[in-house]
Design a protein around this ligand. Sequence first.
Ligand code: GLY
Length: 331
Amino acid sequence: MTSFPISLIVHGGAGSWRPGSESDAVASMAAAVLVGRKILESGGSALDAAIASAVALEDNPIFNAGTGAVLNLDGFVEMDACVMVSPGGDFKTARIGAVTGLQRVKNPIIVSKQVMEETDHVMLTGNGAQRFARVMGHADYDPVTADRRADWQDKRSKLENELGSQHDLQPDSMGLPTPSQFKLRSFLKTHPEFAGGTIGVVARDAQGAICAATSTGGYTMKLPGRVGDTPLPGCGTYASIFAGASATGTGEYVIRSLACRQISDNVERGMSIAEAVDAMLDQLGHDFDADVGFIAIDANGVPYGNHRTRDMPHAYFSGSSEIVAKMRVEK
Ligand code: GLY
């Protein structure tokens, strides 16, 4: 049986990394790659490798996924995650699982894998997703760290101070945000520190399968109920026989452009994986000046990552190469 070169790439979110924690982020990237690499090297599947690397990142509180996920406008965490495994030539065999708006679970990426494997569905949301997770044995777990809570309190008061009477930040009588809170994009744009980040993994195994896995808390101060690009197949997560990709950055731009699907389509049309990712970044820059980044692997197992933000911690290996880990792609 043919054995394909194995490879794996991870990212820890596009944005501006907090000064002082850069080396921690880069080392964590390399460690997450190593977890998945060991699985691939012992003959394990791209799916198992991607999930294991994603769990390592979800469990690391410096990243915005699982433990350490950011808080929404009302001060609680709603997480999105998705896993997709490349089909064997047609879409009948595409395997996808996703969760949106999931609360109080330690590892949303495992729940999304269980949606894929244990249900007839592709995606579960909110309370239904949480009930499913409990049945699957996920205990009640508070992913909010003391740092994230303090950060949220600081940002919430900044929001109230700066927007003042123009934006009534008192919840209405139903405990909902007021309409003036529905559009905070211009405020958030002047405060890049409000950005969230995401974690993502793409892996390719010796059988030639490609798996993409992405997990996130979204971004700080998102409206409760907001769903980003991460759990939407073809948007923030995608795997085909041509390529797998995982996105990071403001999800609304990624959703509008079906970005990860477009990366795969670009490869199908003959672009290299680097050309395909860079073309998508150019398009998102032209259309939205979007703060986004991607990691991807093609059918030859070539890994590639790039971003339009200052930073995007990422790491990868291919075949027998050393693990390369960086804070950013130097332009
Ligand atoms: N890319 C993550 C999000 O926007 O939710």
